[in-house]
Design a protein around this ligand. Structure first.
Ligand code: ATP
Ligand code: MG
Ligand code: MG
Length: 384
């Protein structure tokens, strides 16, 4: 059986390893963290940085094809590996998704609706930013995730202060849209250009981090179709091979692309329990050139993220400097027959850190929501 390579050792990589094993492949993971969830689950863990060329040579020599779970892998690394083995998605596609200026310029060039924005490289760019962008959000162009590297700014002065606080790093300034809600489309595209979209998910965030995904989204049917069409167009324009996600804002009934992720996506975790083929198996299939699987859902699903916060117990002394924590009592979740619990095996809980998730599946979408929200409260997740 072939060995597949994975750049990145997080939970997305771990689910890829599990899916690949399910199909008889071995997986080598490259990630510097010795405790990375995917590295621990892999057949071989190369503990090296993403620009360690000796390790990249090893990976290329040992693997039949290579993919990524980490959108900030240097594009140069993907280009280098592609000289030796198929790398999917391509460096070009990843480079666009990992830089907000390139990403939004790509959307603009392809006539895909997005929030009004301006690239910000200098203080003069802030001063010259059109007033329609306020109130807005200043976002660093690279390396932001879970709402990190973002500042909400009411006017030019606040934008200037935020730009200085980001130490003059390249940014984009985006108009703040009034959101009805947010949705995402996860899809897979194979080497022949065939696309399978998973049902559109509706996403609620807390503190900038995904909290709950509901699939199918409660949007109108035509909005869901439009979201899928836009996501498919993006994948085609990127000549994307693999699993990717497109996040959308819905504002005054209209769809706007927020950002793309060149990898499986947290809002697609529901596919593990609710779809014939899940987003990680699609990633495996696209990577090795097998036909994509059926992306249909057999149930409605609600996914709830389990962040490190619920591991905390201020009355218990922690085992180390990471503070006070204890394993939550999972029995109350496990007692729910249509609930599936997934834990990522991370060693340390931190507030806001993604430690696991659960998914409730139900033939009745409203019941799935009610069960999941009750379970979310029962396990100790509080709304702010
Ligand atoms: P992710 O973890 O999804 O990669 P991120 O750090 O890249 O997140 P964004 O997706 O850009 O951040 O923004 C995080 C959230 O902030 C969005 O899902 C949305 O709720 C809110 N947000 C971001 N940009 C805007 C905007 N222009 N108008 C309104 N809300 C916004
Ligand atoms: Mg992002
Ligand atoms: Mg996002």
């Amino acid at each position: 059986p072939a060995t597949l390579g994975m750049l990145g050792g997080g939970q997305l990589g771990r689910f890829f390893v599990l899916a690949a094993h399910e199909m008889g492949y071995k997986v080598w993971v490259l990630d510097p963290d010795p405790n990375s969830p995917a590295g621990v689950a892999a057949d071989r863990h190369l503990k090296a940085e993403f620009d360690d060329y000796a390790a990249l040579d090893q990976l290329a020599a040992g693997c039949a094809a290579i993919t990524t779970e980490f959108e900030n892998v240097p594009a140069g690394t993907l280009d280098y590996l592609a000289k030796f083995v198929p790398v999917r998605p391509s460096a070009d596609a990843v480079a666009i998704c990992q830089n907000r200026v390139a990403e939004k310029t790509f959307l603009a060039n392809n006539g895909i609706p997005h929030a009004p924005f301006a690239p910000i490289n200098t203080e003069a760019d802030v001063r010259n930013a059109p007033s329609v962008l306020f109130p807005g959000i200043l976002k660093v162009a690279r390396f932001g995730y879970d709402g990190k590297g973002q500042a909400r700014v009411a006017n030019h002065d606040e934008a200037l202060a935020a730009f200085q606080a980001f130490k003059g790093e390249a940014c984009v300034l985006e108009q703040m849209l009034k959101l009805d809600y947010e949705v995402s489309v996860v899809l897979a595209r194979d080497e022949h250009g065939k696309v399978k979209c998973f049902p559109t998910a509706e996403n609620a965030h807390a503190r900038g981090i995904l909290d709950v995904s509901i699939a199918p989204a409660r949007a109108s049917g035509c909005q869901r179709d439009t979201a899928e069409e836009l996501a498919e167009r993006i994948a085609e324009q990127l000549d994307y091979i693999g699993t990717m996600a497109v996040e959308f804002f819905v504002s005054r009934g209209e769809l706007y692309v927020n950002e793309m992720a060149p990898r499986p996506h947290n809002s697609g975790h529901y596919t593990i329990d609710a779809c014939v083929t899940d987003q990680f198996e699609q990633q495996v299939r696209a990577l090795v050139g097998l036909p994509l699987g059926d992306a249909r859902a057999h149930s409605a699903a609600v996914m709830v993220n389990l962040l490190g916060d619920i591991w905390y117990d201020p009355t218990q002394p922690g085992p180390d400097s990471h503070g006070h924590y204890r394993e939550p009592d999972w029995s109350q979740l496990l007692a729910i027959p249509n609930l599936k619990l997934h834990l990522y095996g991370k060693h340390h809980a931190r507030p806001g850190r993604k430690m696991g998730h659960f998914t409730v599946i139900d033939a009745d979408p409203a019941k799935a929501v009610a069960t999941a929200m009750a379970a979310r409260t029962a396990i100790g997740i509080r709304d702010e």
